[in-house]
Design a protein around this ligand. Structure first.
Ligand SMILES: Nc1ncnc2c1ncn2[C@@H]1O[C@H](COP(=O)(O)OP(=O)(O)OP(=O)(O)O)[C@@H](O)[C@H]1O
Length: 217
């Protein structure tokens, strides 16, 4: 579970205060995948980062009682001067997993051939995003955090394999997806929420959430 208790978060823009959350309380339960609809620039990444523990609220607290992933595509734990092999094995040890399994899973999914043994700093952006996505799926989490859907990969084989692995994972895991597009949420989520004026409004279904989201358009 991830619970936001009276969480406030805002940024000073140089001219005014941009409010992301204003004393907001809500929770994400394991087993109930949640899609959050929010317009661009209203705080999607900030909320996902607070769920992951990468950013702190100004006030209130975020309680996390499950194994929560880093956000999909987050490269913060991957060192550019090390190879994918070294990164995968190091992160496997940090999470108490078998390094051989994590390395071979990432080799299979990321589809970057001999570059797997080159420093990550030499990768194209597509290779980096495939590797970070493979790494996230190799680790076992209760809740996966996804910012704006799947990575936009042009690698057809990767998209097919990654989509299949994600579908398998979601039989047992929960996902939180933030997006400005309802269509992105349809694939993953059971319930939905709308971020609006510093509050997160929760709904049982995406259809209900879309009504509030459309209303403000
Ligand atoms: N560290 C920061 N300092 C100042 N302003 C920030 C900071 N981080 C984010 N912001 C501002 O807060 C707002 C929300 O940012 P955030 O990246 O969470 O939004 P988003 O909905 O994910 O945006 P996008 O859809 O464009 O990626 C934006 O106006 C952004 O400029």
């Amino acid at each position: 579970m991830i619970a936001f208790e009276n969480v406030s978060k805002s940024f000073w823009t140089g001219k005014s205060r941009k409010v992301i959350l204003d004393r907001a309380s809500f929770s994400v339960e394991v087993g109930n995948s949640l899609g959050i609809l929010a317009r661009n620039g209203t705080g999607k990444t900030t909320i996902i980062n607070m769920m992951a523990g990468l950013e702190k609220p100004d006030e209130g607290r975020v309680v996390r009682t499950s194994r929560i992933s880093f956000p999909l595509g987050f490269m913060g734990g991957i060192l550019a001067k090390h190879t994918a092999t070294e990164n995968a094995r190091y992160i496997a040890r940090l999470y108490g997993l078998d390094p051989d399994y994590v390395e071979s899973f990432c080799r299979w999914l990321a589809n970057i051939d001999e570059y797997f043994d080159q420093p990550v700093g030499k990768y194209s952006s597509g290779m980096r995003s495939r590797f970070s996505f493979a790494l996230m799926l190799a680790l076992e989490f209760d809740i996966y955090l996804i910012d704006e859907g799947m990575p936009s990969s042009t690698d057809v084989e990767f998209n097919r394999k990654a989509g299949e692995v994600l579908r398998q994972r979601l039989k047992n895991a929960t996902v939180v997806v933030v997006s400005h597009q309802p269509a992105t949420l349809e694939k993953f989520c059971r319930s939905a929420a709308v971020l609006r004026n510093g509050q997160l409004y929760m709904f049982e279904s995406l259809e209900e959430a879309k009504r509030l989201y459309d209303y403000q358009a």
